[in-house]
Write a protein that binds this ligand. Structure first.
Ligand code: ATP
Length: 824
């Protein structure tokens, strides 16, 4: 049972600690907003644990910080449930501007000097998540590591009446959080004995609620797939590799890139996978051979011999050989220059990896984790462990903080003990699969792995609209096929291309640059196989395909369904057939993720950041931004969450007059609550087919008319820009991982069919052998295509129970729509 809530509003503070990472501001924003919605009072602690120890000097903390700061210690009411009055009370305390300013001083005389635990409201954190780093400051606090330091920190928290803290930082910061919570009863007792707090205060603060969110660019925390900031750092690295690529190719050069990661090779590994590197060095899996230089040179020489003009080697800063001797980028460069005579350069990316605007995922993940963190704090009891908020595939998770910290330390220890198998086993499955994916797609082996009788002719086809990651998935499949001894065939231009015999065998080198290419290198087509199913079957037979991989969206799903159904009449379809979802609309039933959707969200975030800046620059302006997505509102909804849009229109919910009337009411009220004299831009996202009548143009004109003197309105249509240019690193890495799973699936079902043929029975593929690879909550699942039919809305070309639909409510909650409308 949760604690009985205190007889006053709960006070929640958030701090960022350790190295900064992109997405920390989104954590603060999400926690502040979620906590206010739950009726709590919200605080930020500046400069991490250092700020907790420094606290607020009495003289300064009594200075009012804004017009309503005099109510700072006013409310002793029971824990409210986010009612409208309490919302308006929590709107603004004025310190957001000072924090954003970075100086902590305001010409008007307000100052943050001497104040480290600062009351903040809803609008104080507005728009924070488009900024990199952390606006509330971070530090590495030596004094917090001491008992005395933590005693003072506890005293400061109690004096400010803080009941709960959310800590966003790396493993060190979360270790500190756990130590603090474990010691809390002792600290409180000692403060009471020393007379530094009253017995009442000791009683009211007998239990400290604490939650951890992992902000770290290294992705070095166990028990979570991703840490906040790691995806953005990966973006920065891949941008650098993509830039280096062209010069490396032009001059036939080798580049050795050093990337961050002292104890964790995630950045180097994922950069290697997504950037199509030739060789990587990571701490968890050092080269097996003592003479790793020979191994590396042999490999690179083999790549060069078949005509590769560029070489990319990635070295994690903590890389070493199996005896723990460091492997440095400069040394790798010398080896490549001296032994292979390559013109080799070193690029050390350093702090550029930390910086810059957060990518879409580093806005979504912290937003969702912040909501969960507040829930965890509200539900915490003295008997429950402190939690760390993590993510598994697509699901936000809670895991005991100490278990995650312990497991993370075990990896470090295993590396120190040279037990690299253990270090790898302690990393999450995605890490291991990515490493396998790197070997499978980057290393050209001398001989195929499979004996002749197990080798296949694998057809690969793109169906439907292009999406980021299609080419990366194809490249991975091709390279895997070649490693095994299969022959990969490209079918160009979809089913019409097959009927025209537009088919050719792909080579290892031919797909080399495909990781970074957007669109579809094979050429894609929306036509389904039922244009002439018999002729399609005849072509399957003519080309003697043993397996088919379809990469695409709803059309690819429908095609697979048609082919599977066609097995009754056409034996040529009795082969393993897979569909790897790739569509920016993310409308394939039963899967929460399609390749291309991350690229598209990033294109949307980039465009909306620029639009929002323009919308705020001159006067109050509401921009109605139209997105693609067909009859699926995924892109509009997740885009709205990622850019902080205040209204989202989707085809699933539609648009009617009542909704529009309420939207206008909401916007008017919202603009009247804004700070006078400051112009604010707001975004509204509308999926292109949300309504035939209430078009983007109609809505824009309506808002303009109704906005009067309060706000103006303009529209922007993002159109095909949302297909993105260069695919995002997440799409590329996921493409490799999922593509290899498809290949394993095909091999497994091919072997079953071969067994069947060997027994003399007629060849009949099972329904399970025509399947779609899906991501459902925290798991990857194969779903036979026929089993997907009940979950598909064939008319609207989308899934029936789309899990992302719940986020429509979250978009509205995070702009306090219900509370603001209630005040209207
Ligand atoms: P990064 O991953 O970027 O290095 P981090 O959170 O691991 O981030 P650290 O410097 O290890 O960074 O830790 C941040 C702060 O957390 C320390 O400066 C210290 O104040 C606190 N801290 C770390 N470990 C402990 C501990 N064992 N006890 C108390 N406080 C700690």
């Amino acid at each position: 049972m949760p604690d009985k809530p205190p007889a006053r509003k709960m006070r929640i503070a958030v701090l960022t600690s350790g190295g900064d990472s992109a997405g920390m501001n989104a954590v603060v924003r999400s926690i502040v907003k979620s906590a206010i919605l739950k009726g709590c009072e919200t605080y930020v602690v500046r400069e991490g644990y250092e700020g907790l120890v420094r606290g607020n000097s009495e003289a300064v903390s009594s200075v009012p910080t804004s017009s309503n700061a005099k109510e700072h210690h006013r409310s002793e009411s029971p824990l409210a449930s986010g009612d409208a009055d309490s919302f308006v009370h929590n709107l603004r305390f004025g310190d957001g501007e000072l924090l954003r300013d970075g100086t902590g001083d305001h010409p008007g005389g307000r100052s943050l000097k001497g104040r480290y635990i600062v009351r903040v409201g809803w609008d104080d954190v507005r728009g924070w998540f488009s900024q990199g780093g952390t606006l509330i400051g971070t530090a590495r606090s030596v004094v917090f590591r001491t008992y005395e330091g933590r005693l003072t920190a506890a005293s400061n928290l109690i004096k400010e009446g803080i009941d709960a803290i959310a800590v966003c930082g790396g493993d060190g910061s979360l270790t500190g959080a756990d130590v603090f919570r474990a010691e809390w009863p002792k600290l409180v007792a000692e403060l009471a004995t020393q007379g530094r707090i009253t017995p009442e205060q000791a009683k009211a603060h007998a239990h400290l609620r604490i939650v951890g969110l992992v902000g770290s660019i290294d992705n070095d925390m166990s028990m979570t797939d991703l840490t906040i900031g790691a995806p953005t750092a990966l973006h920065r690295i891949c941008e650098a590799i993509d830039n280096i690529d062209s010069t490396a190719f032009s001059h036939s050069r080798a580049f050795v890139l050093e990337v961050m990661g002292r104890h964790c090779g995630w950045l180097a590994l994922l950069a290697g996978v997504s950037g199509g590197a030739d060789f990587i060095f990571i701490p968890e899996r050092p080269p097996e051979a003592d003479s790793w230089e020979d191994e590396m040179c042999k490999m690179i020489q083999r790549h060069r011999e078949i005509g590769k003009r560029k070489t990319i080697v990635i070295v994690a800063e903590g890389a070493h050989d199996k005896h723990l001797n460091p492997i440095r980028a400069e040394y790798v460069k010398d080896v490549l220059t001296e032994r292979l005579g390559l013109d080799t350069r070193v690029t050390t990316l350093g702090h550029t990896q930390r910086g810059g605007r957060p990518c879409a995922y580093d806005r979504l993940l912290p937003t969702l984790q912040g909501v969960e963190a507040v829930e965890a704090l509200l539900e915490a009891t003295p008997d429950t462990p402190s939690y760390m908020i993590g993510v598994a595939e697509n699901k936000i998770t809670r895991v005991p903080l100490m278990d995650a910290v312990r497991m993370t330390n075990e990896v470090t220890q295993a590396i120190k003990d040279k037990d690299f198998d253990k270090a790898m086993s302690l990393r999450d499955p995605e890490f291991r699969e990515s490493l396998e994916g790197f070997y499978a797609t980057s290393i050209l082996e001398k001989e195929p792995r499979l004996p002749h009788h197990m080798r296949m002719r694998v057809a690969i086809m793109h169906v439907g609209a292009p999406a980021g990651g299609m080419n990366a998935a194809t490249r991975a499949a091709v390279r895997y096929c070649i490693r095994q001894g299969h022959k990969p065939f490209a079918i160009h231009n979809g089913f019409p291309g097959l009927l025209d015999d537009n088919v050719h065998q792909l080579s290892w080198l031919g797909v080399d640059n495909w990781m970074t290419r957007g669109g579809s290198e094979l050429g894609t087509n929306r036509k389904l196989p039922d244009i002439d199913l018999g002729a399609v079957a005849a072509k399957f037979q003519q080309w003697n395909f043993h397996a088919l991989m379809l990469i695409g969206g709803f059309e690819a799903f429908t095609s697979l369904l048609t082919l599977e159904t066609g097995r009754k009449h056409y034996p040529a379809f009795n082969i393993p057939m897979v569909h790897l979802p790739a569509t920016i609309s993310n409308n394939v039933p039963m899967t929460e993720f399609s390749l291309g959707s991350d690229t598209s969200l990033n294109a949307l975030v980039d465009a909306c950041d620029a639009i929002k800046q323009s919308a705020s620059a001159s006067r109050n302006r509401v921009f109605v931004v139209e997105t693609q997505g067909g009859k699926c509102g995924y892109l509009a909804t997740m885009g709205a969450l990622a850019v902080g849009a205040c209204i989202v229109y989707t085809p699933e919910t539609g648009i009617d007059l009542d909704k529009l009337r309420n939207d206008v009411k909401f916007l008017k009220k919202r603009y009247t609550l804004d700070m006078k004299g400051r112009s604010e831009g707001r975004l509204v996202l509308r999926n292109e087919v949300s309504s035939n009548v209430y078009t983007t143009d109609v809505i824009t004109k309506m808002f303009k008319e109704e906005g009067g003197k309060l706000f103006d309105s303009r529209s922007a249509s993002l159109g095909h820009t949302l297909q993105g240019g260069i695919p995002s690193p997440m799409d590329r890495a996921r493409a490799v991982r999922l593509s290899l799973k498809c290949m394993a699936f095909i091999e497994q079902h091919h072997a079953l069919l071969q067994k069947q043929s060997g027994s003399g029975k007629p060849r009949q593929a099972s329904p399970e052998s025509a399947a779609v690879i899906t991501i459902q909550a925290s798991a990857l699942k194969w779903v036979p295509v026929q089993e997907m039919v009940p979950h598909a809305d064939m008319e609207n070309r989308r899934g029936k129970n789309e899990r992302w639909m719940r986020f429509v409510d979250l978009v509205e909650a995070l702009v306090a729509r219900p509370q603001i409308l209630e005040k209207a």
